[in-house]
Design a protein around this ligand. Structure first.
Ligand SMILES: [Zn+2]
Length: 274
């Protein structure tokens, strides 16, 4: 590993699913986007792979693509979290579940559950859906976080985009949310929110792949400016290009040592329970 990258890193955007769901997702990627996932690894293999690649702390997520699956997924999450040290989770939620708030209170009480993942790219509700308000309020009350796939990149649907996120922030300006993919493809719009919304963070997943028209396009100065607010995330194992490519791209930008130390370690570790 390049010496500018810390020896041990934290990856704040990993996906782990039960085996059958992983297989379904990999099939769906091919079906929807013609994306062949290069690492078709199950959860234990993913953890082993990342650990062999200097990832000491893993924050993974999964999400409920439809009503009725969050409960079983979160039971699985609780089991997997107990199996491994240095493993943390952003758990599943669906607004179509009648018992959603009881389920969510329950899973959020697990000390290694950092919050909830909302994946608006694969669900069919809007970020400002009133059924999510209780969730947003509970997250703030419990000091947890959201990982909200809410940007239009690398692909989009009719429920993602900056305009919807603005509606959420209008109501909850203090919302502790991480927006993955640096807010791409609306990079500038999402980065501009960082000044006003101090609990907002961005993650790097998919944003530095050698992929024209999708890649982060706001230059190195903005990365330095917001280096306290960016988390390294890989999206592993659901990648269609090697994960090293993104790390190399960030190295090629010749950012400050402080940037690499913060993004690959300090910022993420600072969000873990102490
Ligand atoms: Zn992801």
């Amino acid at each position: 590993m390049n010496p500018r990258i810390p020896k041990k890193i934290i990856d704040f955007h990993v996906h782990l699913f039960p085996d059958k769901l992983f297989e379904a997702i990999w099939r769906q990627f091919v079906h929807d986007y013609d994306w062949k996932v290069i690492h078709q690894l199950y959860y234990r293999e993913c953890i082993d792979y990342l650990r062999e690649h200097n990832v000491e702390k893993i924050v993974y997520c999964n999400y409920a693509h439809k009503p009725g699956v969050a409960k079983a997924l979160n039971e699985w999450n609780a089991k997997v979290l107990d199996e491994y040290d240095d493993l943390f989770c952003l758990a599943a939620f669906h607004p179509g579940d009648e018992d959603r708030m009881a389920l969510t209170r329950d899973i959020l009480s697990h000390p290694k559950v950092l919050g909830i993942k909302l994946q608006f790219l694969v669900t069919d509700f809007f970020p400002h859906d009133p059924r999510l308000f209780d969730l947003y309020e509970l997250i703030m009350e419990k000091g947890k976080r959201l990982l909200m796939h809410i940007g239009t990149g690398p692909v989009s649907n009719n429920c993602v985009g900056l305009e919807y996120f603005l509606k959420v922030l209008e109501r909850y300006p203090e919302l502790p949310a991480t927006v993955p993919h640096m807010g791409g493809l609306e990079y500038k719009g999402f980065m501009d929110l960082l000044d006003k919304h101090e609990n907002l963070m961005l993650d790097t997943a998919f944003s530095f792949l050698p992929w024209d028209n999708v890649r982060y396009d706001q230059g190195p100065e903005k990365l330095e400016q917001y280096k306290n607010r960016i988390l390294y995330g890989s999206d592993f194992p659901n990648l269609i290009l090697p994960r090293e490519g993104e790390i190399d791209a960030m190295l090629e930008m010749k950012l400050s040592q402080e940037f690499y130390d913060k993004v690959f370690w300090e910022n993420g570790v600072g969000l873990l329970p102490q």
